[in-house]
Design a protein around this ligand. Structure first.
Ligand SMILES: NC(=O)c1ccc[n+]([C@@H]2O[C@H](COP(=O)([O-])OP(=O)(O)OC[C@H]3O[C@@H](n4cnc5c(N)ncnc54)[C@H](OP(=O)(O)O)[C@@H]3O)[C@@H](O)[C@H]2O)c1
Length: 232
């Protein structure tokens, strides 16, 4: 059985991952901004022995440091890190003047610097696993070649940079025998995407779990929830 850490496990896709790995028999660290939230309580109520809630704001270096120290005291190793926590802003820019720099900065801090910060800080625990994997939950919004319009600058820029980060980290990871990939989860019915999404959380998560299971150190770095290559 594996030790799995999921950031943003309070709701949406992250909560789906946490629940599915717990149902699988794994130990799951639910790294969340609020361990008292309903979503986390539900996981702890059902899987008290294997769900470890940890307070972590991925945009805050001190918070990540405290959470990592707590994890190191509780776990010997980490087999899978899922950098899932993410935020967006309404893609409502009509003109270049409408792009809000503060929004770009805040979204980048969570969606891009968050996964870097968390992966770097938890790498010592990952190194102790015999088959470590790092997953970045990316988006098709981060595909530069697929872009057809100028809206959604904060989110799209953050995910494109996350893809590049994943590619760069893949060289370091390969040298340490750690598999890494950026996965587009599909259009999933969550608070972020709304009720019109094509997939339920369960459908997206179960498909991504099969992709994660097969991840190797020499496979494609940017894929969708079915494991198909994504255009950069
Ligand atoms: N849904 C889709 O169709 C879709 C498509 C492409 C990519 N994605 C990506 O999938 C991931 C999950 O999205 P979702 O749809 O499940 O969104 P969601 O329902 O809005 O959930 C977002 C999660 O991220 C957490 N979070 C936000 N900021 C955080 C921070 N600073 N530190 C720690 N946790 C933080 C939230 O925690 P709180 O409860 O504390 O707010 C929440 O658990 C994101 O990276 C998103 O970009 C989603």
């Amino acid at each position: 059985m594996a030790n799995v850490c999921v950031t943003g496990a309070s709701r949406g896709i992250g909560h789906g991952f946490a629940r599915a790995y717990l149902a699988n028999g794994d130990t799951v660290v639910a790294a969340v901004r609020n361990p008292e939230s309903d979503g986390v309580r539900a996981l702890v109520d059902e899987y008290a022995d294997r769900c470890i809630p940890v307070r972590m704001d991925v945009s805050d270096a001190d918070s990540v440091e405290r959470a990592a120290a707590e994890l190191e005291a509780k776990l010997d190793t980490l087999d899978l890190l899922i950098n899932n926590a993410g935020v967006t802003r309404p893609p409502d820019e009509e003109r270049i003047d409408d792009i809000r720099i503060d929004d770009v900065n805040e979204v980048f801090g969570v969606n891009t610097l968050g996964p870097l910060r968390v992966s770097q800080r938890l790498f010592p625990l990952l190194r102790r696993s015999r088959s470590a994997r790092v997953v970045m939950i990316s988006s098709n919004a981060g595909s530069i070649s697929s872009q057809g319009g100028g809206r959604g600058v904060p989110y799209c820029v953050s995910k494109a940079a996350l893809n590049m980060l994943t590619k760069l980290l893949s060289f370091h990871c390969r040298a340490e025998n750690v598999a890494i990939a950026a996965i587009h989860p599909g259009w999933v019915r969550t608070d972020m995407a709304g009720p019109g999404g094509a997939l339920s959380v369960e459908e997206s998560v179960s498909s991504m779990m099969k992709v994660i299971e097969k991840l190797g150190t020499d496979g494609p770095v940017y894929v969708d929830y079915r494991g198909n290559d994504m255009p950069w």
